[in-house]
Design a protein around this ligand. Structure first.
Ligand SMILES: [Zn+2]
Length: 391
């Protein structure tokens, strides 16, 4: 099996005066996953600014030249020109970054490519050019037939942590973790995680959270709260909303989809109709052309599917309709967005004539429901399923 490369995007916002704590937490995270301390790829067009730790080669001196390289060509030229907007000066330099990621992988290091911005996306809109760098990098990997996953640091699936206290600490918008590096990865909790605080047997607080921050001499978990509707299950509501926040911040992993594996074939037959099998199959399909639509959290229909199916099989989705079996066919038949159906048909390799007929039907319908219904009339689940799993 082909080895999978992994890289992280990262923004040093908030860390410049606390960089040794960030590096300590990052190293602990990587070591816990069997890697060495990470390497860094600087994707700023200019190495200036107020953060002294990141001016010129100051950061290189901190981590050592073996773990740092500057890729000015992957910087955003609009920043240098004092304009708004996202761009990449020399997109072809993504190939050099890919090479750097491969070289570092030989030394068991994973690479964080970084600029200053706090978020890669805000409200589902790309707000930092490292999102473009991620796309270019995945494209370069695809061309080189390399399997690469890119994720915003620290990545990972949201976790539910439980904090047990002898007595309730006082806190406001951050939860105190003390001055020592907390164990069990609390400093690098994935965005969209949840925390429950209890004293004795009593659950006293629950909130959404993410990677810890270091301020005023100690570690803190960020606290996110949302209004809870009457009758809602509090923990379920927090976990659903924390997950939406994760998507709005663009922190889902993205891959180059090199199809070394339609590995789903190894699953037992009865599993092929599960949501998980469909999710896995879609992850292995090539992505469609990214389209930036205002107020939409996804850039591609592939991402749209993955996000939608992840919710579908998640804890928030079950238990509402007792007795309804939510399998892949059920999911396919409940898609309202016709673009998702067209994408799946094309990417899975459904007969071109059928796809063409489906596109015609798409153009004719007036409502989304009509359009997607007409597409399914031409390409039912069985056709897609046969294309996804030819045997
Ligand atoms: Zn940026």
């Amino acid at each position: 099996m082909k080895k999978k490369l992994k890289a992280y995007s990262w923004g040093y916002y908030g860390w410049s005066t606390q960089i040794e704590h960030f590096l300590e937490a990052a190293e602990a995270h990587e070591v816990s996953e069997g890697f060495a301390s990470p390497a860094f790829a600087d994707v700023r067009i200019k190495r200036s600014g107020r953060a002294k730790t990141f001016v010129n080669n100051a950061f290189e001196k901190v981590v050592g030249e073996g773990r740092y390289r500057w890729f000015p060509g992957l910087g955003n030229p609009k920043v240098a020109a004092h304009e708004e907007g996202l761009a990449v000066a020399k997109p072809e330099e993504a190939e050099s970054l890919l090479k750097y990621i491969e070289d570092q992988a030989k030394a068991k290091r994973r690479v964080l490519f970084f600029c200053a911005c706090q978020y890669i996306e805000h409200d589902g809109e790309p707000c930092c050019h490292r999102r473009l760098v991620a796309d270019l990098l995945l494209e370069a990997a695809r061309k080189a037939n390399k399997s690469l996953e890119v994720e915003e640091w620290p990545g990972g699936e949201p976790q539910a942590i439980e904090i047990e206290e002898d007595s309730m600490p006082r806190y406001g918008v951050y939860y105190p973790l003390g001055s020592d590096l907390p164990e069990a990865g609390a400093t690098t909790l994935p965005v969209g995680s949840t925390a429950q605080v209890s004293v004795g047997d009593e659950l006293l607080d629950a909130f959404g959270t993410g990677p810890a921050e270091f301020r005023k001499g100690q570690w803190w978990l960020p606290i996110y709260r949302w209004p809870i509707e009457e009758g809602e299950d509090i923990l379920e509501s927090i976990s659903t909303k924390a997950n939406s926040m994760r998507r709005a911040q663009g922190t889902l992993p993205r891959t180059s989809n090199v199809s070394s594996s339609r590995s789903v074939g190894s699953l037992p037959m009865q599993d092929l109709n599960s949501i998980e099998a469909l999710l896995e199959a879609i992850r292995n399909l090539p992505a469609d052309q990214p389209v930036h639509t205002p107020r939409k959290w996804y850039l591609t229909q592939k991402e749209h599917w993955i996000g939608w199916l992840s919710d579908y099989s998640g804890p928030g989705a079950y238990g509402r309709q007792i007795g309804v079996k939510r399998d892949a066919k059920f999911a396919y038949n409940h898609i309202v967005q016709p673009e998702m159906l067209i994408y799946l048909a094309e990417a899975s390799g459904v007969d071109r004539k059928l796809v063409k007929a489906a596109k015609n039907a798409f153009a004719k319908g007036t409502t989304l429901m009509q359009k997607s219904g007409a597409i399914r009339g031409i390409i039912p689940w069985e056709t897609v399923s046969a294309a996804l799993w030819p045997n």
